[in-house]
Design a protein around this ligand. Structure first.
Ligand SMILES: [Ca+2]
Ligand SMILES: [Ca+2]
Length: 154
């Protein structure tokens, strides 16, 4: 699990872990976690879900670094899934067309209709963005193209 993370991420996790490990014995006890969460006072750096997950682990045992990393990955994955869900929802609001393969897609007409852009001053800028996002230039945005574009501009 740890091997999948970029080194910078792993370093950051190690620092976070060490911050939790108040008595520096290389594992997190319930007391370590309680003290740290209290110290952070609901800091956004660690969501309450993460804190709760850590506490649940510490209830029965110590949290080792591996487990800490695994939990972190789990939370990241959940966040990514939630984000993708949201993007999909937006995409589905617009996607009234289909690609040749039958995949749901947004045509420029769909997008203009959805955004109520007909003839307004944003139209040209929007068309540019659309063509930029349309990487295979088939005039349709698939979910993958849409998502890639959002990732790029965010
Ligand atoms: Ca400890
Ligand atoms: Ca396309």
């Amino acid at each position: 699990m740890a091997a999948q993370l970029p080194p910078a991420e792993l370093e950051a996790l190690k620092a976070a872990f060490n911050n939790f490990d108040k008595d520096k014995d290389g594992k997190l006890s319930k007391a370590d976690i309680e003290a740290t969460l209290k110290e952070m006072g609901g800091d956004a750096a660690l969501s309450s879900r993460e804190g709760a997950a850590l506490m649940a682990k510490a209830d029965s045992n110590h949290v080792e670094f591996d487990e800490f990393v695994a939990l972190k990955c789990e939370v990241l994955k959940q966040n990514q899934a939630a984000e993708e869900e949201e993007t999909k929802f937006v995409f589905n609001q617009f996607a009234r067309s289909k690609t040749a393969k039958g995949e749901a897609a947004v045509s420029i007409a769909d997008a203009k209709h959805g955004l109520n852009l007909g003839g307004n001053k944003w139209e040209e800028a929007y068309e540019k963005a659309f063509h930029h996002a349309d990487t295979d230039k088939d005039g349709l945005l698939t979910f993958a193209e849409f998502k890639r574009y959002l990732d790029e501009v965010q």
